[in-house]
Design a protein around this ligand. Sequence first.
Ligand code: TXA
Ligand code: MG
Length: 345
Amino acid sequence: MLTELHTTESEATTREAVNRAVSTLHAGEPVALPTETVYGLAADALNETAVKRVFEAKERPSFDPLIVHVPDKKSIRDVAEIPDDLDKIVTQLVETFWPGPLTIVLPKKPHIPDEVTAGLPTVGVRMSNHPIFGKVIKAFGGPLAAPSANRFGRVSPTSAAAVMDELDGRIPLVIDGGACARGIESTIVALEENEPKPLIRILRLGPVTADDLKKFGKIDKSRRNEAVEENAPEAPGMLASHYAPNTPLRMPESAAEFVPEPGKRYALLSYRGQEKDGFLDLVDWEEIAILSPGSGRLPEAGIRLYHVLRQLDQLGVDEIIAEPFPDRGVGSAILDRLKKAASIR
Ligand code: TXA
Ligand code: MG
């Protein structure tokens, strides 16, 4: 299959790209679209055949459910059944964080196909704030199921070039909307009625942090996606190894823990490139990639993480060594992704 790549540099090319995306989606084909987190592979969420094409292109196992993206805030009620006792917190979260990088898991409406939710009774819903995604979904006029536009288990794409690396020849259309502003997948939460405050279970850490969420409910940091794990008993731990480059990646707890082996070539993924963090002088690094040079900003490190991992993956080194990141703010999401990338081997 020939994969077309459309740019959105001018008003005219944007109009053309949006029209092309909408007609491809209406034809039941998947389209890679930019979102503010990572690029998504979108399909008509109400068309089972279109959704199956997404799973095929990604080689994604059918037990892993897709996030449903909606065109506006009120449409959450078209795809999810909001229990009365959660109505208040859902409204608060939507008003505070949408459009944006927060996915809310709720009971699904019956017309959402099982293919989308992997047979679960719930659906993850999100509204993206990317202007191109917004234009496409509003013109399309309905919900779009969209997982990250990478092959299963690999690093999520944060640019159109990265999508091409992953899916060239497997899908008909990629819309280039530039680099993603957040660079890391959305925070996913499940909600539970609880007194005096509802429980917010963080299923996946992301740009919306536990600190951002805590005023709306009681944070449960168990961080386990039980719904998905129970759904896939034949593949326990499969979801633990994820977000991985091809090159082995390791994240030592401290610099002292890293003992280089003679003759091996290493690349360093550094937070801020400071000597005092202890890693710079450990070995003659083949490459040192610094995510946020200087005093270090975690959101900036998050934006660049996947882009830089892809670059390091091209070097052909024996191992990528990642410095430990501070477990706060977006740093917690970065740590989570690096642990998952490291656990693959
Ligand atoms: O930022 C994002 O969320 C991106 C962009 C494209 O929107 N999408 C994304 O989708 O990261 P994906 O499919 O790569 O990751 C979504 C994860 C799934 O792996 C699954 O674990 C979880 O969301 N998920 C989806 N529906 C769920 C549900 N009903 N219950 C629990 N977890 C769910
Ligand atoms: Mg993904």
